[in-house]
Design a protein around this ligand. Structure first.
Ligand code: CUK
Ligand code: CUA
Length: 671
């Protein structure tokens, strides 16, 4: 019991007391004495609670292991995709306390996300064909890496619904950039980063004509295409540079999740695909439905991409421009040996590199095995041209048997794999509702005592697990310790809240290599559907508690040109343009009366001139659909046409002080 050993010093007393409680309870049961109901347990009576709830020693261990007394901070931070909310959730581990929701693709009123000029401009970066889209389907968050390890500086996330990617700065946990991929209508396999975050990978999903072109579905094979995009990240600027980004044209298979090579496989990228059958649906015309048509073949193709070579071809001017975006055509890829296909069993889903970068682990949704490929053998096969042929688009197919390392039978519906620091892999089993722990073999298997590539243990989770995450479990140095199963169904775990049930994040203890994985905590997520999560050691984050300077523009991370200092408040009229320079401080806005005329164009600058931690003010102007959050030091600007006359109020929407309700003003719009 490795973890209990670790806990013994700080918590020995508590555990000792709890253990006595359990013994007392067992003794009480045996003698038939009645346990008190919870309402009759006196405050502080630990034994009474244990007895009343019927807690087992495992329950008590789980409670102690996850409990963080007030003021005590968590060891890890999880960044979870917010699914259809279009946002990102921040959760502390092991307490599983929700710390924040970060506004990303969807306006978020508490943070004023999408109501100021600055944040509206970021959201507008995600306009699709000129239209504002106010939701997202965030899937895969990716923490920035240095040398293959999380560095705590940036977070990227994709919106599968629209083929968009976002950049979040982890100094203030705010979104700084949203980009729409002009070539694709959907993505899935993003975002993933290369080991030094030079590239942010956005995998494809449903094949379609590239860009905005229309083509009949009868011309699917000729006109529809798959895609993987490599966004160039400029760390200094904290932004993706679209001009230096590029995509590769792919056959019209449905590209799925990707992973970047690392260490020995650095410079390569591996993406799964499904529907290599090129099914086009049409159940209403007696065609096989997608679910059958897209899973006829025994093998689909992993796309093995030489990213270094691809980037060089772009530098050498070999890309063409589609919708103003650089694209390497299939022809160029084939001529230059950039792309290879590697057969992978039925309807693959996740592809995950082992921490040493040596092996690719693939799960076939319809195959009870995980399939492990040796990257060294892949390189040898490519050099020796050990191919079994080409696909219809001229892409060489690597001989499966020449590069296969192992197949491990783990259970039904394997999806995703993560790793720990003891030489084990963890694979989610959707159909089994379980997590499988299996031992790495080959060169990766030095840490564990098990024979090569063996299933070690399975633990049930509740229920229908999709992704899972282990602490830093996709980096070159995973931490082990904790694992979270991201379960799509909760069915009977919580109080019923209507037919739409919460989803369930379940925390598992995976410390102690030979020990049984222990379920520690159920966290209902009342905001679906969170897909993937990354978990970073909390001390790797270097987060600002307040902005560095009063008058700060968080989007550009510098002092704002529009900052308003105390004593410099004013209202300036120039024709129909009214510019307001306002400050906010506990507990007043200055000015408190703004008088304008209907039809005026209003530019409103507000600075929270405070620098005390947590002294946030809101600014609500409800009649104009505006709510801002002004964190200490923040300067922001909003702009609108005063098209509605009347008497309106603006008020502080953040409970900032005893006289918070008095923090208000009149906005008088004369007819
Ligand atoms: S996932 Cu997106 S549909 Cu397995 Cu990453 Cu579930
Ligand atoms: Cu300022 Cu409430």
């Amino acid at each position: 019991m490795r973890d209990q050993t670790r806990l013994r010093q700080p918590l020995s007393l508590v555990i000792g007391l709890l253990a006595i409680g359990v013994v007392a309870w067992l003794a009480a049961c045996r003698t038939g004495s009645e346990a008190p109901t919870p309402s009759r347990v006196a405050p502080g009576d630990t034994d009474g609670v244990i007895a009343a709830r019927g807690l087992t020693p495992d329950d008590v261990y789980a409670a102690v292991k996850t409990y963080m007394p007030t003021g005590r901070k968590d060891d890890y931070v999880m960044f979870a995709s917010g699914g259809h909310s279009g946002q990102v959730f921040v959760i502390g581990v092991p307490s599983m306390r929700l710390l924040k929701e970060i506004g990303v693709f969807t306006p978020e009123p508490w943070q004023g996300w999408g109501y100021s000029n600055e944040t509206r401009a970021v959201l507008d970066g995600g306009k699709v064909r000129g239209k504002s889209i106010n939701w997202g389907d965030t899937h895969h968050p990716a923490l920035s890496e240095t040398a293959g390890d999380y560095d705590g500086r940036f977070l990227f996330i994709n919106d599968k619904a629209q083929s968009r990617v976002a950049v979040i700065d982890l100094r203030d946990f705010e979104t700084k950039q949203i980009l729409n991929n002009p070539l694709a209508t959907s993505d899935h396999g993003g975002t993933m980063v290369t080991p030094d975050t030079e590239w942010v990978i956005e995998g494809g999903q449903y094949a379609a004509p590239l860009g905005t072109a229309y083509a009949s579905i009868e011309d699917y094979d000729a006109e529809y295409r798959g895609l993987v995009t490599f966004w160039k990240f400029d760390r200094g600027a904290g932004r993706i540079d679209p001009a230096r980004s590029f995509a590769i044209e792919l056959p019209p298979y449905w590209q799925d999740l990707c992973d970047a090579g690392k260490l020995v496989s650095d410079g390569w990228v591996f993406c799964n695909s499904f529907n290599t059958e090129r099914a086009t649906g049409g159940i209403e015309d007696d065609n096989p439905p997608f679910e059958a048509g897209a899973s006829q073949r025994d093998m689909d193709y992993m796309h093995v991409i030489d990213l270094k070579k691809a980037a060089q071809l772009v530098t050498d001017g070999k890309a063409e421009s589609i919708e103003g975006f650089q694209v390497l055509s299939l022809e160029v890829l084939n001529e230059n040996g950039v792309l290879y296909f590697l057969p992978e069993p039925k309807s693959p889903h996740g592809v995950d590199m082992t921490p040493d970068g040596r092996y690719m682990v693939v799960s076939g949704k319809l195959d009870p095995h995980v399939t492990v490929y040796d990257f060294e053998k892949v390189k040898t096969a490519i050099a020796a041209k050990t191919f079994t042929g080409k696909d219809d688009y001229g892409v060489p197919i690597i001989d499966f048997d020449a590069v296969l390392e192992a197949q491990v039978e783990v259970g039904l519906g394997p999806l995703h794999t993560q790793f720990d620091n003891q030489g084990y892999a963890y694979t989610s089993l959707f159909l089994d509702s379980a997590v499988a722990r299996w031992s790495l073999g080959g060169a990766s298997g030095e840490l564990n005592p098990e024979p090569d590539w063996t299933l070690v243990q399975k633990t049930p989770v509740h229920y229908n697990v999709g992704h899972l995450v282990a602490a830093e479990g996709d980096t070159v140095s995973p931490d082990g310790e904790y694992l979270v199963a991201l379960n799509k169904w909760s069915i009977d775990r919580f109080l019923t809240v209507g037919p739409l049930h919460p989803q369930n994040f379940q925390l598992l203890d995976i410390g102690g290599s030979g020990e049984t994985m222990k379920l520690l905590y159920d966290m209902p997520i009342g905001n679906g559907e969170p897909h993937y999560v990354q978990m970073i050691k909390a001390d790797k984050l270097n987060v600002w508690e307040v902005y560095p300077e009063v008058g700060w523009d968080p989007i550009h991370q510098k002092k704002s040109e529009n900052a308003v200092a105390l004593g410099e408040e004013k209202i300036v009229r120039d024709g129909n343009n009214v510019e307001i320079f306002m400050t906010a401080i506990r507990s007043h806005f200055n000015p408190e009366r703004v008088k304008i005329k209907k039809g005026d164009h209003v530019v409103w600058h507000i600075t929270n001139v405070e620098n005390a931690k947590d002294a946030t003010h809101g600014f609500a102007l409800p009649a104009y659909d505006i709510n801002l959050s002004l964190e200490p030091g923040e300067a922001t600007t909003l702009e609108f046409d005063a098209d509605t006359d009347g008497v309106f109020t603006y008020y502080c929407s953040e409970f900032c002080s005893a006289l918070h309700l008095e923090m208000a003003g009149y906005f008088l719009v004369q007819p």
